[in-house]
Design a protein around this ligand. Structure first.
Ligand code: SF4
Ligand code: SF4
Length: 356
């Protein structure tokens, strides 16, 4: 006798069961899609079936009330089908054309911002910030809010040469997709963390702390039952702080934000690219970070003016060259651009085997 199928909490459920029926039916057999407005696109299958996508911005950290409201709208117009993209755009998947207009009307009435599809910016993927993560060097949510207020028109109406993906990460662990975004902010610590010898001995496992350092900068200090940090080798990553809170990496005087540009995930026209350093450091200036926001806006506008149609930021820079990028944007070229070891971990000097 066959046993009834058990529902377990082992592993994620198969995604297929969450797809709208029209997507299940046409899976792998789509002819293409058309962007109808900045917040609406339609996919057409080889069978002639269509599905409309209405995209809205989200502040990413959402209240349960907002999620209930979104789900109610999805129940009313989309058969309950809604998805969150990896950059926290909210997409309503509409199978019946007659529901597209009423949904958009309802969304506008409830003050949702519709947009983010096509050659413009979409929502910013970002990380937790000061309130929610122990190692944050900036407030990702605050920075994102300040940027999106400034770039609102690039989400709703204004066109760019191609899509521009933005990201913010509040430390070099980069829980946000900073390494593969067109323009991104990554927060950096710039000071060697002080060691509280008394607490290290009491609350930290010293072998684990030593093993946590990617550059082998930490060695034991048996006299104090603690550790010492070789300042020459430290790249301020904060890994040791993650396993040992007595080595506190956070420093209001030394923490700030770097700007990186030119990354992308897609392989259309050119290979995927890692982002590279554009500006090494801005001090945190909450609540609106005016200098950082102005610098990002400047890059966005120079790109909008200078790039050819369909060029992503990285492709534009590849074509004009980095020298021209710094000239056209008026950004300063600093020593950190020569070897961005302490800012981004993609050079040879990131290897623990590097000879100092
Ligand atoms: Fe925490 Fe760093 Fe991730 Fe920000 S990027 S949430 S500080 S681990
Ligand atoms: Fe090592 Fe990073 Fe700690 Fe510096 S901050 S000592 S590089 S783990």
């Amino acid at each position: 006798m066959a046993l009834p199928k058990r529902q377990t909490d082992i592993g994620p459920p198969h995604f297929n069961q969450f797809l709208p029926p029209v997507i299940q039916k046409n899976y792998g057999k789509w002819k293409g899609h058309d962007v109808l407005t900045p917040g609406l696109m339609v996919h057409t299958g080889e069978s002639g079936d269509k599905i409309w996508t209405v995209r809205v911005a989200s502040p990413r950290i959402l209240s349960t009330e907002t999620i209930y409201e979104m789900c109610d709208l999805a129940d009313k117009y989309c058969g309950g089908y809604i998805r969150f993209t990896s950059r926290n755009n909210v997409e309503f998947l509409v199978s019946e054309e007659k529901n597209v207009e009423p949904l958009q009307k309802d969304l506008k009435a409830k003050k949702y911002t519709i947009g983010g599809i096509g050659p413009r910016i979409s929502n910013v993927v970002h990380t937790q910030g000061w309130v929610h993560c122990h190692g944050a060097a900036t407030d990702a949510s605050g920075l994102t809010k300040a940027m999106m207020d400034e770039f609102y028109d690039y989400f709703t109406t204004k066109e760019l040469p191609n899509k521009v993906r933005l990201a913010v990460a509040c430390c070099v662990n980069m829980c946000g997709a900073v390494h593969c975004s067109d323009i991104a902010l990554v927060a950096v610590h710039t000071k060697v963390p002080p060691v509280d010898d008394e607490r290290v001995g009491k609350i930290c496992e010293i072998p684990t702390v030593i093993a946590s350092c990617p550059t082998s900068a930490i060695r034991p200090n048996p006299a104090k039952k603690s550790i010492t940090i070789n300042e020459e080798k430290c790249m301020y990553c904060g890994n040791c702080f993650t396993v040992c809170p007595a080595i506190d990496i956070k420093n209001p005087e030394g923490d700030g934000v770097a700007i990186v540009v030119g990354g992308k995930v897609g392989s259309l026209r050119s290979d995927p690219k890692f982002s590279k350093l554009a500006a090494a450091f801005y001090y945190n200036e909450p609540p609106r970070w005016p200098k950082v926001v102005a610098a990002v806006k400047n890059i966005l506008e120079v790109y909008a003016k200078d790039a050819k149609k369909h060029e992503r930021v990285g492709e534009w820079i590849d074509r004009i060259g980095w020298e021209a990028f710094f000239k056209k944007t008026g950004m300063e070229f600093t020593f950190q651009h020569i070897d961005d070891f302490t800012f981004m971990r993609d050079t040879m000097r990131t290897s623990a085997a590097f000879k100092w």
